[in-house]
Structure formats: structure tokens, C-alpha cells
Design a protein around this ligand. Structure first.
Ligand code: HAM
Length: 435
């Protein structure tokens, strides 16, 4: 037994798991296509400065940071958003907007490993850049709903809030950005009392404290009733009133275009990443107490990276967590699989023939393996059965003389002699297996 193990927080995906993961990935790609997001591929390693600029203390403290051999401070990406914003602030700077950009790949955070929390995980990420309109926010929420459905998940719950409501109140109170960020981080962890203490210490007015205290309590599924109460809470803060209006418009667009979505509006909802300026949301299922995806509006990040002022909204989905949710809800991925076959030469001298037939079939797009363990036919067939292989081609001298082989359908348990050139059509005639 080897003493080598995966590094803590890292995982192997065995074939069955890898298949499900690739299924989710394929759904994420189809959604990108359907919503017309173009894929971009950005590096796993980026400069630490870029990644840490607006990630927020929580994510920043969990980055895999190191010096490369050239002495540069770099890190493994803890998300895609910074990379996409960098690209839009630089190379894509003069391209016409909006951008609808899709990325998929591995992400690294030094989180405490537990169910649904890994140090290497996978995200599908969608950024819509160049529009500050509520329909852009609605598109991002709707596509998230579509992806979760495509993965076969049900009973989705969307939690939606608006960072702008809180930030505008803080701004009007002239609270320093640093204080605001600390308060938001605490609210993200639901440490509301500590957040209030920080604001109080920064000499926020009694009016502000009352508003925040009330907002924190406001939450519910009767979403437009919650919105009304939010309006009343923030009535003394002009820009915050606008922010609530914006949230209300987004919610109207979403609920009117997709009636069956279950949404909870949470006025005290905050997210760990610091760049958010507007609507924020997360999606989950009741069986799993962690977000399957999350995102929101961030209108100032691209400018902060030296680009044109570009409003933007986006989302990232945790593919590992979607996989876990599928297991918990017993959602079966619809994977149609190609049939597979094995080619068994009955004699050592027929090895070349077996390889030749295999190459011919692969050229016709048929998946086959060649028996490579030198086993006798009965043993090889027994193993093929165990591995649920669909057919076997037995290469024997007698049939070969006629230009044929024995074709055994391992599912139907039937055998016939088939001319080698007729093999592809014989195999393709049988229906593909479904999993
Ligand atoms: P995030 O909420 O930090 O947002 O991550 C998005 C999703 O990644 C989470 O909802 C979760 O499903 C998954 N995730 C996060 N950490 C882990 C982990 N340790 N193990 C497994 N899955 C995890 C972002 O990353 C933003 N960049 C989203 C965004 C895009 N906002 C605007 N545009």
C-alpha cells in the first residue's frame, strides 16, 4: 500500500464521479450557449495584487499565495471575476459592449475541508459587462435557475438582497470604506451585533443604526411586502431608496418571466467578496445548507483595474456542490453513452489482426479496446461482462479465412459471424445504452 495520499482539501474523481462532473460541465456549457455567453480561458495563476484588490478579507486570507521563480507575488485564482475584469480593463477595453463572458475551471481556496467545501473546486462563471440595467441582473438570476434545473435539481431557493441599500446608507453617513467592509464581512457571517457595534463605534447616527437594525430583521418569501418594508426603513436615505427600487425592478422582471421560482428577499444579506455594489444572490436546495452558486452586481471593479467605467453583473456556480446536491436529491444525470466493445484474438498470432480491426473500427467512430492481458477467451469474456462492455469481437483463424469474425452481443447474449467491413453497421444498428 502506497503511503502517498492527496493533499488535504484536494480530491480525485474516479470514472463514475468524473462522468457526473463532466455532465454538469456540459450543462454549464449548453447554458452558456443558450444565453449567448462566449467562453474565455484565463490563467490559473494571476498576480496576487490583482486577485486581492477587491476579494475581501475572507477570500484574501484563504488564497494559495507564492513567489514564482522570478520572484513575482502570484496566487492560484480564488475566483474568475478578477481575471475577467482584468481582461475587459485591458485587452478588450475598446471592444463594443455588452460582453457576455463564460469561464469554467478549477478554483483554489484554503478553506477548512468539509462536506461541500474543498480547497480545489470547480466553478462555471458568467459575467455580463457593460449594462447597469435590471434586465442584465435578471438574466444572471434566470440563467442560474436554468443551470440548476438542467442538472436535474428541484426545490431551489434563491436568496436575494442588495448591497447598495446598506452601502448607500453607510455612504450618506460618511462611514469610511474600511469600516463599511468590516461591517459587511461581519454581516456576511451573520454576526449582526458585531457589525452594529462597528458602525456605532464609527459614530454612525441613531437614524442609521435604527435603519440597519430594522433592515437586518427584514426577510421573507412575500417578496414585495418585504420590499415595501425596506422602502419604509430607508426613507431618510435618498440613494438607498433608489437601491430598493432597483431591487424591486429586478425582482419584478424575474418573477414575471419565471413564475415558479422560490425567492426569499433578505435585506440584511451580505456576501464575502468586496466588489459588490448592487443586487446580490445565492441559490441553494433544502437538503444542503450551503450555496450552490452566488453572484451579484459590481459596477466599479473594471474601473478600479484601470478600465473604462463598466457596470457589470455575474455569477459563479460551484460544480462540486451541484454534484453533491444531485446525489442528495437522487437526480440522475442524463448521460447517453457510446457502446463499447472488446476485441479478443483467440491466439497469440492473431494479435496484429485484432489491433488492425480495432483501428478500423475506431476510424468509424466506434469505441473498442483490445484484450491486452493475454487472457483466454472465456476469462476475457467474463471480465467484459463484469465491466458491462456491450459487445465482443472474437478473432479466430477459421472466420478470418472468410474475412469475418465472431460478433458477440454481450447484452442480448447472441453470437453471429460478421464480415469485417460489415462490423460498423452491425454495431451501430443496436441502440446506445442510457445511464
Ligand atoms: P462565491 O460565492 O465566492 O462567488 O463562489 C461561488 C460558488 O463557488 C459558491 O456558491 C459555491 O458553490 C462555490 N464554492 C465556493 N467556495 C467553495 C469551496 N471551498 N468548495 C466548493 N465550492 C465552493 C464568487 O466566486 C464570485 N466570483 C461570483 C461572481 C461572479 N460574482 C460576480 N461574478
Amino acid at each position: 500500500m502506497s503511503e502517498y495520499k492527496t493533499v488535504r482539501g484536494m480530491r480525485d474523481f474516479l470514472p463514475e464521479e468524473a462522468k457526473v462532473m463532466r455532465f454538469i460541465e456540459s450543462q454549464a456549457r449548453s447554458i452558456a450557449k443558450l444565453y449567448d455567453f462566449k467562453e474565455i480561458i484565463t490563467p490559473v495563476v494571476e498576480s496576487y495584487e490583482l486577485l486581492s484588490a477587491k476579494a475581501g478579507e475572507e477570500v484574501k486570507s484563504r488564497m494559495f499565495v507564492f513567489k514564482d521563480l522570478g520572484g513575482r507575488d502570484v496566487a492560484l485564482r480564488p475566483e474568475f471575476t478578477a481575471s475577467v475584469a482584468r481582461l475587459v480593463a485591458s485587452t478588450l477595453r475598446t471592444e463594443p459592449k455588452p460582453f457576455r463572458l463564460f469561464s469554467i475551471g478549477s478554483i483554489y481556496r484554503y478553506d477548512e475541508p468539509q462536506k461541500g467545501r474543498y480547497r480545489e473546486f470547480w466553478q462555471s462563471n458568467y459575467e455580463l459587462m457593460g449594462s447597469n440595467r435590471p434586465e442584465a441582473d435578471a438574466e444572471i438570476i434566470l440563467l442560474t435557475n436554468a443551470l440548476m434545473k438542467a442538472a436535474g435539481l428541484k426545490n431551489l431557493v434563491f436568496k436575494i438582497g442588495h448591497v447598495g441599500v446598506l452601502r448607500e446608507i453607510f455612504d450618506q453617513e460618511k462611514l469610511k470604506e474600511k469600516v463599511q467592509n468590516v461591517a459587511m464581512q461581519l454581516m456576511d457571517k451573520k454576526q449582526y451585533n458585531d457589525a452594529l457595534k462597528i458602525i456605532e463605534k464609527a459614530e454612525a447616527s441613531a437614524k442609521c443604526l435604527t435603519a440597519i437594525r430594522e433592515l437586518i430583521q427584514l426577510k421573507g418569501e412575500n417578496i414585495f411586502a418585504v420590499i415595501e418594508k425596506m422602502q419604509a426603513c430607508v426613507s431618510g436615505f435618498k440613494q438607498a431608496v433608489e437601491a430598493v427600487k432597483n431591487l424591486s425592478e429586478i425582482l419584478k422582471l424575474v418573477t414575471e418571466s419565471k413564475k415558479e421560482m422560490r425567492i426569499i428577499v433578505d435585506a440584511g444579506f451580505a456576501r464575502g467578496l468586496e466588489y459588490y455594489t448592487g443586487m446580490i444572490f445565492e441559490v441553494s436546495v433544502p437538503e444542503l445548507d450551503i450555496a450552490l452558486g452566488g453572484g451579484g452586481r459590481y459596477d466599479r471593479l473594471i474601473e478600479l483595474f484601470g478600465g473604462e467605467p463598466t457596470p457589470a453583473v455575474g455569477v459563479a456556480h460551484g460544480l462540486d456542490r451541484i454534484m453533491l446536491a444531485m446525489q442528495m436529491q437522487k437526480a440522475k444525470p442524463k448521460i447517453s453513452e457510446e457502446k463499447t466493445g472488446i476485441i479478443i484474438p483467440i491466439k497469440e498470432e492473431l494479435k496484429t489482426e485484432a489491433l488492425k480491426i480495432a483501428e478500423g473500427l475506431r476510424q468509424s467512430g466506434i469505441a473498442v479496446e483490445v484484450e491486452v492481458m493475454g487472457r483466454k477467451m472465456a476469462k476475457a469474456l467474463e471480465d467484459a461482462d463484469r465491466r458491462k462492455i456491450d459487445f465482443a469481437i472474437i478473432v479466430g483463424e477459421k472466420e478470418l479465412k472468410e474475412g469475418a469474425v465472431a460478433f458477440r452481443d454481450l447484452k442480448q447474449r447472441s453470437q453471429s459471424t460478421v464480415l469485417i467491413p460489415k462490423l460498423p453497421e452491425t454495431i451501430k444498428r443496436k441502440p446506445a445504452k442510457q445511464k
